[in-house]
Design a protein around this ligand. Structure first.
Ligand code: 26Q
Length: 829
């Protein structure tokens, strides 16, 4: 957008939005009294937080209403972003920043005798997601609004988000996180948006007045979906993105059949059961095959959203179905919402009597799909039996879609071998429906989330598809909402950046490249380094508060924070710790930059090995932290209950970002980008988006180690023998043996045998042993480089300056242009 035009919008925005300190203070007081029913003397800080949030929400609602009207009037094309997860974190701070009223709010609450920072801390995280995929969806909301793109996001209003993690004796324990128990001031229930969702039952055919057959689905169960809206404001614009979260509600208070037969408890139980659909997020970041409740959740989300979208469409366009592709596009965030495809067909064909061929044409024009995982075992599929019992009509439609698709391929002379691979139905017992193939067949576009990932999709996972439909495959490398992860999370660094290059970077992250000329400016670097020191001191204080470990704030803060997964190789990091510990003992005068190694992350509750890795980190940490020969130079910290809010405190305080996944396993990674923006250096493998980070910053400004995807393939083809790695490397052998033989688990010496078995007896599928030596040597290099503080600091500035392409602003505008064919719509009143 031209600067002028943007300026004009801002002026209008200012006139319209004049919020004054006094009016905000009085709004807070009113909300306290009339919405929260509070009296002066029984007001807590959390009440003021809620009253402020409610006041801010008023503003958002009024923006939303204005913009909705404009969208309708101008018949804009809209994207519906469908995601089973949104890892929002907290909203007060970012909302105030985006609305440009942070300082005003600060004064308004201070007039009332409160500190805004304390209010901000009162907000619980909305943790409706597991990890990267959910957080990416949340980052998109900020960018969609900031870029003035017409969008509606849809998700599930889980009553319980991801579990709260506590550590007992080094083991992870999971506890329910009822984030809604103190009400959510950001949401507005929409009692006028309620839709019935059908499950199970039987199918009948009937004949209409034109003599055409049509299908009637007589469900056994109907659950209601109730809408709750959360508005996410853009930065310096009136556009807000609406995140519509669906809550399940029983369609009747009691099942009267049971009730009348005297089975009172069963009647209530059934009501409870249907409301279970939106009760809890599945705490799994890879796959949880075959659970009925999960299937119901996925269908619940898409069925409610599509009915909502179509009723809006009909209101605006009537039944001019040919307008569908001009008015909407559905985006599938991974395969979890893929049932939207047969559901769209069902609504068009069964409810609106659109002919099959037309319905299919609109479907293929209205869907797009993003893949977030390469690991074959993590690809979603549902057994035909389960689908048949829960969604009988959808199964029928899927079979029909597949039949026509395969028939076309056969006509084109495609071989049986390929046909079997691209078929939506996987033969076998039980037969399964491959959701990824369904998403591929129906979508106009399929994208990976980093260059390497997209290449792997094209050449391996979806090889057959990509040779049939090469034009469908595109790459859009991930990014992060830099306004949350830098502007909001690291205010001191943001101010310093703004002081040097102006504040254009807040709207346009590519401008951060202007920082590069200051990398050699001594004064600037000193300030940059001082901010890092202050942030590290704060994290050291927090660490003491959370886990009671005293750490040296001047040590190198070496950080691996992400879900715990074998492919992410936290275990490789631990092998390094054991190795370093042994070396420090053996050579007390070793030159070694003092380090604190941080871990944080949750393991899926049913993922035994991941949970054992958490225990191992604690066990090794305990020995190291209590060994006077070592603990002056090395400490290990595991911060419990990793979530968005904790992450916002860790990134600004980090020196070293650990991105050490086995090449070819991490689709993209986005933590890597948050670290570089906050002035950390990266140690990484050639995996996911690391490859692009390396390309941007240059090898001299990053620590790359280990085998590449191709090298690993060669290694595998030539018969990789993990045992040989151990035989040949004494220090590796010592590290593995110490763990295996119980040196860190004296109370149960065989505790970690299973982990070691994975390396030695089960072929070391993630190549920890193959990458151990290069990892140790790159870490040694890092140790020696860290002594040269000026050069180190210079490199961190260069890293931040070259992170310009990793904003979701860039990502979302690429989606809008290449996938959604969506134009900005400026909310000029
Ligand atoms: C599937 C079926 C049943 C239950 C759970 C699931 C499930 C849930 C979550 C499957 C996968 C996920 C999450 C995947 C995920 O977070 N992937 C990450 O996506 C990021 C954003 O693109 C990437 O940066 C990461 O590399 C990728 O791991």
């Amino acid at each position: 957008m031209s600067q002028n035009k943007h300026k004009k919008i801002l002026d209008l925005f200012d006139i319209d939005l004049k919020i004054e300190t006094d009016s905000l203070s009085s709004s807070i007081v009113k909300k306290l009294e009339y919405e929260l029913g509070k009296y002066k003397t029984d007001t807590h800080t959390s009440d003021i937080y809620k009253a402020l949030a409610l006041s801010v929400r008023d503003l958002l609602i009024s923006h939303w209403n204005d913009i909705q009207e404009q969208y309708r009037k101008h018949k804009v094309r809209k994207v519906y972003y469908l995601s089973i997860e949104y890892l929002l974190g907290t909203l007060l701070k970012t909302n105030l920043i985006n609305l440009g009223i942070y300082e005003i709010a600060e004064k308004a609450v201070s007039n009332l005798g409160y500190d805004l920072k304390e209010l901000i801390e009162c907000e619980p995280d909305a943790a409706l997601g597991n990890g990267g995929l959910g957080r990416l969806a949340a980052c998109f909301l900020d960018s969609l609004a900031t870029l003035d793109l017409p969008a509606q996001a849809a998700g599930i209003r889980y009553e319980y988000g991801i579990f709260r993690q506590e550590i007992r004796n080094g083991f992870q324990r999971e506890y329910p996180e009822n984030w809604l128990n103190q009400d959510n001031p950001w949401e507005i229930p929409r009692t006028d948006h309620i839709y019935p969702i059908q499950f199970s039952g039987s199918l009948k055919t009937d004949v209409d007045h034109k003599g055409q057959n049509f299908v009637i689905w007589e469900p056994r169960e109907i659950v209601l979906a109730e809408a709750y809206d959360v508005f996410i404001p853009g930065y310096q614009t009136k556009t807000v993105t609406n995140l519509r979260l669906w809550k399940a509600k029983s369609s009747r208070e009691f099942n009267l059949d049971y009730f009348n037969h005297g089975d009172y408890l069963r009647a209530i139980e059934d009501k409870q059961k249907s409301e279970n659909i939106s009760k809890v997020l599945y705490p799994n970041d890879s796959i949880e095959q075959g659970r009925e409740l999960r299937l119901k959740q996925e269908y619940f989300l898409v069925c409610a959203t599509l009915q909502d979208a179509l009723s809006q469409f009909i209101m605006e366009e009537g039944e001019k179905w040919e307008q569908l592709p001009n008015r909407l596009v559905f985006h599938l965030n991974d395969t979890h919402p893929t049932l939207a495809i047969p559901e769209f067909m069902r609504l068009l064909i069964d409810r609106h009597r659109v002919a099959w061929d037309l319905a299919w044409k609109y479907t293929t024009e209205c869907f797009a799909y993003t893949n977030h995982t390469i690991m074959p075992e993590a690809l979603e599929s549902w057994s035909v039996d389960l689908l048949e019992s829960i969604l009988p009509r959808h199964l029928q439609l899927i079979y029909e879609i597949n039949f026509k698709f395969l028939e076309d391929l056969r006509k084109e002379g495609v071989s049986d071998d390929i046909i079997q691979k691209v078929s939506i139905v996987e033969e076998g017992s039980p037969k399964r429906i491959r959701m990824f193939n369904l998403a591929l067949v129906a979508s106009s576009s399929v994208n990976g989330v980093a260059n390497l990932h997209t290449e792997i999709l094209k050449k391996q996972l979806f090889r057959e598809y990509s040779s049939l439909y090469p034009h469908k495959f595109i790459n859009v490398t991930n990014g992060v909402a830099h306004r949350r992860w830098l502007l909001s999370a690291n205010p001191a660094l943001s101010d310093l950046i703004t002081a040097r290059i102006g504040d254009g970077w807040k709207r346009d992250l590519t401008q951060i490249s202007l920082l590069e000329e200051f990398a050699t400016d001594k004064d600037f670097c000193a300030q940059w380094a001082r901010i890092k020191e202050t942030n590290k001191q704060k994290l050291a204080d927090l660490t003491y508060k959370l886990v009671g470990i005293k750490i040296d704030p001047n040590s190198l803060f070496d950080v691996q924070i992400k879900r715990i997964h074998e492919y992410k190789r936290q275990f490789l990091n631990v092998l390094r710790l054991v190795h370093d510990c042994q070396r420090l003992r053996e050579f007390p005068s070793l030159s070694y930059a003092p380090r604190t190694v941080f871990f944080a992350g949750k393991a899926a509750p049913g993922y035994r090995r991941a949970k054992l890795i958490i225990k191992l980190i604690h066990a090794v940490g305990n020995v190291i932290n209590n060994d006077p020969e070592v603990n002056q130079r090395l400490k290990v910290v595991f911060l419990p209950n990793y979530n968005v809010s904790l992450a916002e405190k860790i990134f600004p305080a980090s020196d070293l970002s650990e991105q050490i996944s086995a090449p070819g396993t991490e689709a993209s990674g986005t933590g890597n980008m948050k670290f570089m923006l906050n002035g950390s250096l990266t140690v990484c493998t050639m995996d996911g988006a690391n490859v692009e980070i390396i390309g941007n910053v240059g090898r001299e400004n990053i620590y790359v180690f280990g085998n590449s995807v191709d090298e690993l393939k060669q290694l595998r083809d030539s018969g990789y023998d993990p045992k040989e790695m151990v035989r040949e490397d004494e220090s590796l052998r010592n590290a593995v043996n110490a763990i295996r033989k119980g040196f860190f688990s004296k109370e149960a010496t065989s505790l970690f045998e299973d982990l070691c078995k994975g390396l030695l007896e089960e072929g070391d599928p993630y190549y920890l042993l193959a990458d151990f030596k290069p990892y140790i040597s790159v870490q040694n290099q890092i140790s020696s480089d860290y002594f040269f503080k000026e050069t180190w600091c210079q490199k961190t500035v260069i890293n931040a300056a070259r992170a310009g392409s990793f904003s979701t602003d860039r990502v979302v505008s690429e989606y809008a242009r290449k996938i959604w064919n969506l134009r900005e719509f400026y909310p000029i009143p």
